[in-house]
Design a protein around this ligand. Structure first.
Ligand code: PMP
Length: 340
C-alpha cells in the first residue's frame, strides 16, 4: 500500500525540518544560551493534567511584558504559537527572506499561500517591495523577525510600522532575540495597533529545553487564537520551571549582558580574520561571509566546532551563535586554523 497517496498534497510536498543533532564539542549552531539555570521547583504531581490556562505563568509573563494576563498566551515554544497563528488567521502569509524558516514551513504544512519578500542589500525591509506585496497580495498574516534570524539586524522601526499600518491583516513581530538588542522593541506599541501581535520566547535566554513561548497582544485577538490551542499544550514541569525562571531576573540579565559583551569581542576578532565579512548583530549570533563557506563549515566541524551553514539561503555565509568566552575562543582558533 502506498501510504504517500493518502497524504494531503500540501504535506506530501514537504520535507521534514532537519533538526539533526551532529555531536560536537562546541555547539554554536542553534542560537541557544551557553548559560543554563539550576532551577529548584519541585516537580508537580505526575497523575494530574497541567493547568490548561497556565494562569500562574501567564501572570508572571504579563508582569515581565508590562501587560495583563489576558494579553498573554503561552505555547510549547513560539514555534507552536506560529502554528496557531497560521491556523487562526490563514494566508496569504507574508514574510521577508531570508528569515526564520518556520513561517513558510508552517504556512505550507497548513496549505496556505505564502508571499516571500527578499530583503534589501543591507538586510532591511525593502519598502517599495513591501508596499507592492501588501497592495497586490493582501496578506492576512505577516511575520517579521526583528532582530532577524539569520541576518542578525533589526529592521528599521519606520518600515515595520509602515507595514503594520498598511497590512489588511495581522502583523506578528517575532522578538525571539529582543533581549540582546539595543532597540526598545514593539511591546510599547501594542496599544496603538490592534493588528499587532508580538512573539517572545524563553529559548534564547537559557531555557530552550522547557519549550516556552509567549504571544502578546490584544485580548480580542488572543481569544481567537486560543480557540485553536490544544488544551494542555504546556506541560506542568515546563509551567512550574518557567515561573521560577521568570523570577530569576538578575541571573537572566547577567547572562544576557555576558553574551552581548562576548558578541562585541567575537565581532571584532572575526573582522580581523582575512577574507571574513561579519555583519552587524543585535542578536545572540553573528552572520558572516567567508570564501569557501561549505568547506569552512566542514573544517570547523572536524575541529569540534558546529556552526550553522546558511549557504541555502545566503550563499557564502555561516551563522555562529555567541557562546561562553572559551567556546568563542575555540571557534575563532578553529576558524583561523581552517583558513590557514
Ligand atoms: N522565532 C525565531 C526568529 C527563531 O529564530 C526561533 C528559534 N530558532 C523561534 C522563533 C522558535 O523558538 P522556540 O524555541 O520558542 O520555538
Amino acid at each position: 500500500m502506498d501510504i504517500t497517496r493518502l497524504v494531503r498534497p500540501a504535506v506530501r510536498r514537504l520535507k521534514a525540518y532537519e533538526a539533526r543533532e551532529v555531536p560536537a564539542r562546541v555547539k554554536l549552531d542553534a542560537n541557544e544560551s551557553p548559560y543554563g539555570f539550576a532551577l529548584r521547583s519541585p516537580l508537580p504531581a505526575t497523575n494530574r493534567y497541567p493547568d490548561p490556562e497556565a494562569r500562574e505563568l501567564r501572570k508572571r509573563a504579563a508582569r515581565e511584558f508590562g501587560v495583563r494576563r489576558e494579553n498573554v498566551l503561552v505555547g510549547n515554544g513560539s514555534d507552536e504559537l506560529i502554528y496557531y497563528l497560521v491556523t487562526t488567521f490563514g494566508g496569504p502569509v507574508l514574510y521577508p527572506t531570508p528569515t526564520f524558516v518556520m513561517y513558510g514551513a508552517i504556512a505550507r504544512a497548513l496549505g496556505e499561500e505564502t508571499v516571500e519578500m527578499p530583503l534589501s542589500e543591507d538586510f532591511d525591509l525593502d519598502e517599495p517591495a513591501t508596499r507592492r506585496a501588501v497592495r497586490e497580495r493582501k496578506p492576512r498574516l505577516s511575520f517579521l523577525s526583528t532582530p532577524n534570524n539569520p541576518t542578525g539586524n533589526c529592521f528599521s522601526a519606520g518600515r515595520v510600522l509602515s507595514l503594520i499600518e498598511r497590512a489588511p491583516g495581522m502583523v506578528v513581530v517575532d522578538e525571539a532575540y529582543q533581549p540582546f538588542s539595543s532597540e526598545r522593541g514593539f511591546l510599547p506599541l501594542l496599544r496603538d495597533y490592534p493588528n499587532l501581535l508580538i512573539l517572545r520566547t524563553l529559548s534564547k535566554v537559557g531555557l530552550a529545553a522547557l519549550r516556552v513561548g509567549f504571544l502578546v497582544g490584544s485580548a480580542e485577538a488572543l481569544e481567537q487564537v486560543n480557540k485553536v490551542r490544544l488544551p494542555f499544550n504546556l506541560s506542568a514541569p515546563s509551567q512550574a520551571l518557567a515561573v521560577e525562571a521568570l523570577g530569576e531576573k538578575r541571573a537572566r540579565r547577567a547572562a544576557v549582558r555576558s553574551i552581548v559583551r562576548e558578541r562585541g569581542r567575537l565581532m571584532r576578532e572575526l573582522r580581523r580574520v582575512p577574507g571574513v565579512t561579519a555583519y552587524p548583530s543585535e542578536a545572540n549570533f553573528i552572520l558572516f561571509r567567508v570564501p569557501g563557506a561549505g568547506r569552512v563549515h566542514k573544517g570547523l566541524l572536524k575541529r569540534g566546532v558546529l556552526v550553522r551553514n546558511m549557504e541555502g539561503a545566503l550563499p557564502g555565509c555561516l551563522r555562529v551563535t555567541v557562546g561562553a568566552p572559551e567556546e568563542n575562543g575555540a571557534f575563532l582558533d578553529a576558524l583561523k586554523e581552517t583558513l590557514r
